[in-house]
Structure formats: structure tokens, C-alpha cells
Design a protein around this ligand. Structure first.
Ligand SMILES: [Zn+2]
Ligand SMILES: [Zn+2]
Ligand SMILES: [Zn+2]
Length: 140
């Protein structure tokens, strides 16, 4: 089951935000559509050799600002990006291969709510990344 945005949704959302869909942007978005396991800006830049590095970075920033992709801080290595599902979610990131998956867990949300009285201020958001060894890496 996936509610992941399709390439068409991504393009439509960017157009709705008032941005032009140029050929490099379209190529980049089409490529991202196949990147279910997450990606780094560098990987995208390499695969799209005809698209300038600056365009890749700028378009990723645009998608990030629009909430269409998520940026994940990685321990020791470059940040990875992943296409975003609609709505609030958390991530598991494989420490070995970098595969990113999204998940929701109502227990976590309840725990955070329960912690709110102990926080000096109002909780307005959170990000949680679970660093794991994915099944594929365990079986290797
Ligand atoms: Zn995400
Ligand atoms: Zn892995
Ligand atoms: Zn949450």
C-alpha cells in the first residue's frame, strides 16, 4: 500500500506553486519517481549528466520547500532525500545501504503528546529518524 505522490502529482504541484516545468526539471522529477529507496543530490546529479548540478540542487530545494520530498540528516555521510507521502510520517534509514522507508506509528505520537507537559513551551512539530539495518542488508 502506498500513498506516495506520482510523478504527475509532483509536476502538477510545482506548477500550482507558480514554477515553470522546464525539461531539466521534468527529467529530474521523472527520475525521482523511480527512487523509492531515497537518493542523494550527488547521485541525481551523476545520473542526469545533461542537467547542471546547480539546477539539480535548486530543484531539490524547491521540492523540499513544497514538502514534496523529505531531507534526512545521515550520521557521518551526506544527507539523503526521499519522495514524501502526504501527511505526517517518520523514517527508517538503513545505516548500511541508505534505503529510506516511511512509517507511521500512533504509539510514538501518543508518547510525544504524553511528554508535552514536561516540555517548557508548546510542541509544534517533530522529526524522528530510526537508523536500522534493513532486511536486505541483514540477509547479505
Ligand atoms: Zn518522508
Ligand atoms: Zn540496507
Ligand atoms: Zn510523528
Amino acid at each position: 500500500m502506498t500513498t506516495q505522490l506520482s510523478t504527475t502529482d509532483l509536476i502538477a504541484t510545482i506548477e500550482d506553486l507558480g514554477y515553470k516545468i522546464t525539461t531539466p526539471r521534468r527529467d529530474l522529477i521523472n527520475l525521482l519517481g523511480n527512487k523509492n529507496e531515497g537518493f542523494t543530490a550527488e547521485e541525481i546529479s551523476k545520473e542526469l549528466s545533461h542537467v547542471g548540478r546547480a539546477t539539480v540542487y535548486r530543484t531539490l530545494q524547491l521540492l523540499l520547500a513544497a514538502g514534496l520530498i523529505c531531507k534526512l540528516a545521515m550520521p557521518d555521510i551526506t544527507p539523503r532525500y526521499a519522495l514524501s507521502r502526504l501527511g505526517h510520517h517518520h523514517h527508517t534509514v538503513c545505516n548500511k545501504c541508505g534505503a529510506i522507508k516511511e512509517f507511521r506509528d500512533s504509539t510514538i505520537e501518543r508518547l510525544l503528546k504524553a511528554a508535552e507537559p514536561d516540555i517548557d513551551g508548546q510542541l509544534v512539530g517533530h522529526r524522528i529518524e530510526f537508523y536500522i539495518l534493513c532486511k536486505t542488508c541483514i540477509e547479505k
